[in-house]
Design a protein around this ligand. Structure first.
Ligand code: COA
Ligand code: AMP
Length: 622
């Protein structure tokens, strides 16, 4: 069936459509109730029974794919490549799961996984899924305070970590960070498991268990029977302010949606090689390094390296050639890094890329110059697609598995089946084609998307559903053109995107405001050639503060790094006399960003002190 027909059916007959898709995964007991509604809350497949680890591993062995490689760990930073068949993965996962059970972990408990890009991270995720323990992976680039916030919210029984991660040219010791986080957190964790990389046990934490010993176990455990709506994982993502939001993923909707996406969007089948060059700490890593490709019986690549400098800008092309990657998925920032280092794509020419069928990009808006550069050198379809932690899988894409669409630069494609995407203004009125507004999705969201937040239904409603009745607000602005292509133009809230990493300016403002010399501040995103955007700060000093501006900038950059993590990349801090605000006291961050970037701007009529705008302009024209 062609796209239009399929899409219309998914919107007009969602229950029939998703029942059919759910039959493509193996349930222990097929769901009878496909979609359940309770007021504003929806649940997919709540009475079905399944297990996500079984679907990712055991099922393929039953289908005769036991000797197929499930995982290729390619690590230029340790100069190693390891392969694990489905059978080998199952042995490791089932053994580790049995040991976690023996430690007292039970269905419904939680586990935090704070690990670099090593196979043990995936083994840990799948082991949790096997025994019904809800995992919460925390990205390694977050500082102890951020890890502690997640520990306090998820209340894990166990933390699984490693002794170190490796970034370009340096080791990142994890254990000090973990100890620090455990000290800060109020919640007390029962158990700590450490993977000692390189067999290096010189540093440890008292009472910690050795993951290698647990992995060597003879024990095995069967997959736990999970209901369709039982939680699989929590993944924290930045909100506008305050604590991160714990996006909750179920088992049944997630498995159905990811399986569907592997066919309809990525057009990648069992036995083919799928590589998402992301990190397991992000949703892309959860969905397309771990669960999606394994649900589909593909070979997935876990790459511990960067697009450049490990060792050079040919790294991605080397991996594609060596592992015969069919589908590659990365963020535009990675392509910009490659372009900057190898503008003529000379290194690309050294490799045989005949296995590659398409390159998918997401994580931030793919700017047309980057799209043009990579398309012209790669000579393969380059497909931008839009999604977020909340959705867990693409909402707008080019459905290559149903009907490939011509690419329109600047657009991330057409709505994916199941997503009824609309553009509305502040009063909730639907806008005509080519008119920019709030991108919203008519409820219900399809399977796979969050249906609530971890133990916080109130915040779920307030953050996503209360603003426009019957619609999920995505937080992004954009428009739909006359051909139905969606153009995502950027966040409408105070969330920013730095090198494909989603960060909250509100949280950065909390850190900066805590400095003794700072009376108030604003953090906003400014354009950056490599990372898309980087945060920049403007502070108003306390009356008695006598700060040297350069020293203050250094101190605040260090504070952000120490409290949020190195990935925050605060780029500059300037001192202003006052900040422009609306009559209701809101700082107009978008206006500040436009002034700082030298773009044209319009002073909103709601500004209480328009004269401040000139002061800020002068500040940046120096
Ligand atoms: N653990 C610890 N530290 C980390 C980390 C991790 N997992 N990931 C990044 N960092 C650190 C880096 O070492 C760096 O520290 P430094 O300031 O001391 O050098 C800092 O965080 C910033 O890292 P990054 O944003 O990665 O910038 P970079 O300049 O090192 O590299 C790119 C630039 C473009 C190569 C890199 O950002 C990249 O590969 N981006 C792709 C992003 C991506 O895949 N996003 C997923 C969404 S699909
Ligand atoms: P995250 O939840 O970390 O995946 O970040 C989601 C946010 O990244 C979205 O709300 C968008 O602002 C942005 N984003 C992701 N993919 C795209 C894309 N293809 N085009 C534009 N913005 C994107």
């Amino acid at each position: 069936m062609r796209y239009k027909e399929t899409y219309n059916r998914s919107i007009n007959q969602p229950v029939e459509f998703w029942k059919e898709q759910s039959s493509k995964i193996k349930w222990f007991k097929e769901p009878q109730e496909i979609l359940h509604r309770d007021g504003k809350f929806y649940e997919w497949f709540r009475d079905g029974e399944l297990n996500s680890c079984y679907l990712a591993l055991d099922y393929h062995i039953e289908q005769g794919r036991g000797e197929t490689v499930a995982l290729i760990y390619d690590s230029p930073v340790t100069n190693s490549i390891e392969r694990f068949t489905y059978k080998e993965m199952l042995e490791l996962v089932s053994g580790f799961a049995a040991e976690l059970k023996a430690l007292g972990l039970e269905k419904g408990d939680t586990a935090v996984i704070y690990m670099p890009m090593i196979p043990e991270a995936i083994i840990s995720m799948l082991a949790c899924a096997r025994i019904g323990v809800v995992h919460s992976v925390v990205f390694g680039g977050f500082a102890p305070a951020e890890l502690a916030i997640r520990i306090d919210d998820a209340k894990p029984k166990v933390i699984i970590t490693a002794n170190y991660g490796i970034e370009i040219g340096k080791r990142i010791p994890y254990l000090g960070l973990v100890e620090n986080a455990i000290d800060i957190a109020n919640h007390k964790v029962d158990k700590l498991v450490i993977k000692y990389r390189n067999n290096d046990r010189t540093e440890t934490i008292k009472g910690a268990l050795d993951m290698d010993i647990l992995l060597a176990t003879e024990k095995r455990t069967a997959p736990e029977i999970m209901k369709g709506n039982d939680p699989l994982y929590i993944l924290y993502t930045s909100g506008t302010t305050g604590a991160p939001k714990g996006i909750l993923r179920d088992n049944g909707g997630h498995a159905t949606a990811l399986k569907y996406s592997m066919d309809a969007i990525y057009n990648t089948r069992a036995g083919e090689v799928f590589w998402a060059a992301s990190d397991i700490g992000w949703v892309v890593g959860h969905s397309y390094i771990v669960y999606g490709p394994l649900f589909q019986g593909c070979t997935t690549v876990l790459y511990e390296g960067k697009p450049i400098k490990t060792p050079d800008a040919g790294a991605f092309w080397r991996v594609v050639q060596d592992h015969k990657v069919k589908t590659l998925f990365t963020a535009p920032t990675a392509i910009r890094a490659i372009e900057k280092t190898d503008p003529q794509a000379e290194l690309m020419k050294k490799y045989d890329l005949s296995s590659l069928e398409a390159l998918f990009l997401a994580g931030e808006r793919c700017d047309p110059p980057t799209l043009k550069w990579i398309s012209s050198h790669l000579n393969k379809p380059v497909i931008d697609h839009w999604w977020q932690t909340e959705s867990g899988w693409p909402m707008v894409a080019n459905p290559t598995g149903i009907e490939a669409h011509p690419v329109k630069p600047g657009s991330s494609g057409v709505p994916v089946c199941g997503y009824d995407i609309r553009v509305i203004d502040e009063s909730g009125q639907e806008l005509p084609a080519n008119t920019e507004g709030n991108i919203v999705i008519k409820m219900p969201l399809p399977p796979g998307c969050l249906q609530t937040l971890w133990q916080d239904e109130k915040r779920y409603l307030e953050s996503y559903l209360n603003q426009f009745d019957g619609y999920f607000i995505s937080g992004d602005g954009g428009y739909i053109d006359e051909d139905g292509y969606v153009f995502i133009m950027g966040r409408i809230d105070d969330v920013i995107n730095v090198a494909g990493h989603r960060l909250s300016t509100g949280v950065m403002e909390e850190v900066i405001s805590a400095h003794e010399s700072v009376a108030e501040c604003a953090v906003f995103a400014i354009e950056d050639q490599l990372k898309g955007h980087v945060p920049c700060g403007l502070v108003v000093l306390n009356k008695e503060a006598a700060e040297n501006e350069a020293e203050l900038q250094k101190a605040l950059i260090a504070e952000i790094r120490g409290k949020i993590g190195p990935i925050a990349c605060l780029s500059e801090v300037k001192v202003a006399k006052r900040l422009p605000k609306t009559r209701s006291g809101k700082i107009v961050r978008k206006l500040l960003a436009a002034i700082r970037d030298g773009r044209t701007y319009r002073i909103p009529g709601t500004i209480e002190n328009p004269e401040v705008v000139d002061e800020i302009k002068d500040l940046y024209s120096v």
